[in-house]
Design a protein around this ligand. Sequence first.
Ligand code: HEC
Ligand code: HEC
Length: 339
Amino acid sequence: MKTSKSIPAGIAALLVCLGVGCQKAPTVAAASVLEMETIPRTPARLTRGHYLVEGLLQCPFCHSDYDFTHRPARPVEGKKYGGADFDTFGLPKGNRIIAPNISSDPDYGAGKWKDADFVRALRRGIGHDGRTLFPLMPYQYFRSLSDEDLASVIVYERSMAPVHVQQPKTTLTDDIKKTFQPLEPLAHVPEPDRSDRVAYGKYLVTVGHCEGCHTPEDEHGNPIPGMHFAGGVDMSGSWGPDPKKIIAVASLNLTPDPSGISYFDEKIFINVIRTGQVNARPLASIMPWGFFRNLSDEDLKAIFAYLRTLTPVKHRVDNTEEARYCKVCRSKHGFGERN
Ligand code: HEC
Ligand code: HEC
């Protein structure tokens, strides 16, 4: 998965208040709902948050013990939002990545955190304890969520039942800590323009962090130039009915090149996402189709419209073939030798 790499007026005001202990700031109409101490829990936000979190944004996928023996995969009963252990996540020994318990449990979860802690985690990659978050947490993408969408995510997320499971803390060596930094604050992210289908699709693809899995990176975690959405990222793992069996799989080329998905149309795309199958071939469940299938037709069409505008990249990736080294994306995948 992707390893990546201005204080908003309201947050700055909040910090000042915390420091000086100002009781109630004079009620100036907040520029953004995210600056409020408690984001109002409206039914509209709960509904929108549910749609985003359980669909495009896939929060439970990482923040729960996940059961891949089912299709689509699902959280282990009673463990949803209780956190998950990613072990070393392919990093050298001495590193251990934990997606924390973000359920409302006051002892082991996020029950005592503030809404502002969530805003800061999703916009800047800073945890409630001030630590910079390892960028497996896709904050570099989530930060593009509009203020209102982020507010909805937080309202829904914080309505989740407590899961009384204690997770260990993430540990990282100094070498790894050096490779990422917190992101600059954002003052205000407006609503996307839904009348422009391609722009709206780009918004959805960004916050859905498709790129995190579909764009190959070099050894420093930087995207390989000219390979935007061209696939080939090794995602092998035990994603099938037998937890002991490793399924060799790489992300696929989503560009409109003949080696990509030029043969897709809107209908095929929606069908692939809804069924998790490309013709007779089931997609591995690490591709979060089990979440994306919850998207509305309208949103899936917007996503497809945006994918159509990507620069075509010639890069063959075929998961039905044996994985071989590919000099173009510097990884091993089916048909790698043909590039
Ligand atoms: C691809 C995996 C992944 C996805 C998807 C993901 N997270 Fe995370 N998240 C993580 C990991 C891993 C961490 C911990 C990083 C660390 O400890 O350095 C984290 C940390 C966090 C934190 C900070 C916790 C703290 O200690 O303060 C919050 C809040 C959070 N995630 C919320 C969310 C929400 C809300 C979503 C969906 C919008 C989400 N996450 C989606 C992997 C993920
Ligand atoms: C966690 C990683 C991950 C994320 C995030 C992800 N994908 Fe995928 N995707 C994959 C993998 C891996 C495959 C290949 C699965 C297989 O062949 O079994 C895949 C396959 C696909 C395919 C099938 C392509 C073909 O040629 O058959 C489509 C379409 C697709 N992804 C679209 C998307 C879109 C759109 C998004 C964002 C909304 C997205 N993916 C996000 C990992 C991911």
